[in-house]
Design a protein around this ligand. Structure first.
Ligand code: KG4
Ligand code: ZN
Length: 355
């Protein structure tokens, strides 16, 4: 680590995690996180207003904790980065307002960055500079995207995305059908280890005309319904539902489609590096199948450790540091929080006015 590289503070509040990270170059110095996930559990999903209020409570403590962990003061920070979108509007506003307050009071530049690009950039903190181009598969409760990334600071190209439920959302909804707690992904992962993959659930958008029209898109809503119907039919017989087998078979269907399309995208675009990010990247079967298929295809797989895959401030600081390092222009204090910020827009300044 070089002390003369700029120190960047990153703020993430797009969903239910309040994250504040500190990064110098590609070195992670602190990653403070508070989550309101427990407050949403009884509703079976994130409640936007509850998340926004939790961000307000957690923001200053997380900034303090990050600075203490890194052994720096706010005066040492050279630039502020913040998730400008996409995400929950009210939640984003809390982070953007905090970032503007810091930028104004410290007299430092502010970078309003895209949450999805930040999920890709975070891999640099663990595996070093991103190969260019990189393919990225981002799978979380809020997004399922396949991105071709020639330059994470300014050139991110969407190849496909979910046309209905996000992958993590499907995990959460199927978990509810199986009587498992929210968020369901980690529970399905755990119980599936004792299950047998014996139910042939549908693989959405993988054949015939669907594949022509939606080559790199995903659909998990039909799969979710198929699981619910299967469970209902079993319950109607009065026999117990084999929860582990259903979980394992469902998980296999999701992971099969995700990895199949990601590797196809690599092959068709001549890309030899695949980054997998987002909360679902913590899934043990996804990691194993992605590794097998990447090895077979000669593609290098990069999956950040679970704490960097889920939403956090370090990823925002990582993208901010890369933007500073590459001389990208900062935003202004008027930069918007944009709940539907397109993935092609890496920062809230550079393409303003072009939409
Ligand atoms: O990235 P994240 O923390 O938040 C956003 O949604 O943006 O992702 C959370 C999602 C939840 O849907 C959760 O069920 C899922 O990631 N998840 C998993 C696993 N761990 C978390 N899904 C499958 N297997 C896991 N081990
Ligand atoms: Zn995310």
């Amino acid at each position: 680590m070089s002390a003369d590289q700029p120190l960047v503070l990153g703020i993430e509040t797009s969903c239910d995690e309040t994250g504040v990270g500190l990064v110098r170059g590609t070195t992670l110095l602190a990653d403070a996180i508070a989550s309101s996930v427990d407050e949403h559990a009884r509703f079976g999903g994130v409640v936007p207003e509850v998340a926004s209020r939790a961000h307000l409570d957690a923001m200053v403590p997380m900034i303090r904790r990050a600075c203490e962990t890194a052994g720096v003061t706010l005066r040492d920070v050279d630039a502020i980065a913040v998730t400008a979108g996409p995400g929950l509007a009210g939640a984003l506003l809390v982070g953007v307002a905090a970032a503007k307050a810091l930028a104004l009071s410290l007299g430092r530049p502010i970078y309003g960055v895209n949450h999805l690009a930040a999920h890709v950039a975070v891999d640099q903190l663990q595996h070093g500079p991103l190969p260019e181009p990189t393919m990225a598969l981002l799978v979380s409760g809020g997004h399922s995207s396949l991105l071709l990334v020639p330059d994470v600071t300014c050139d991110v190209r969407p190849l496909g995305a979910t046309i209905d439920d996000a992958a993590g959302e499907a995990f959460d909804k199927v978990a509810r059908v199986l009587g498992l707690p929210f968020p369901g992904g980690p529970h399905i992962d755990r119980v599936a280890r004792d299950g047998v993959i014996e139910i042939d659930f549908p693989r959405g958008l993988t054949s015939g005309r669907d594949m022509e029209r939606h080559r790199f898109d995903f659909s998990f809503s039909g799969l979710k319904t198929a699981v619910a119907r299967w469970v209902e039919a079993r319950e109607a017989t009065g026999e117990p539902v084999p929860v582990a087998d259903v979980a394992a078979s469902f998980q296999e269907a999701v992971v099969d489609v995700l990895t199949r399309k990601a590797l196809l995208a690599c092959a068709e675009n001549g890309v030899q590096h695949l980054v997998v990010g987002g909360g679902v990247a913590a899934n043990s079967r996804l990691r194993a199948m992605a590794q097998e298929r990447c090895d077979a295809a000669g593609v290098e797989l990069r999956v950040p450790r679970p704490g960097l895959c889920t939403d956090n401030g370090a990823m925002v600081a990582a993208l901010g540091a890369e933007m500073v390092g590459r001389g990208r222009l900062p935003g202004s204090l008027g930069l918007p929080a944009d709940s539907s910020m397109p993935v092609t827009q890496v920062s809230a300044l550079e393409t303003r006015g072009e939409r």
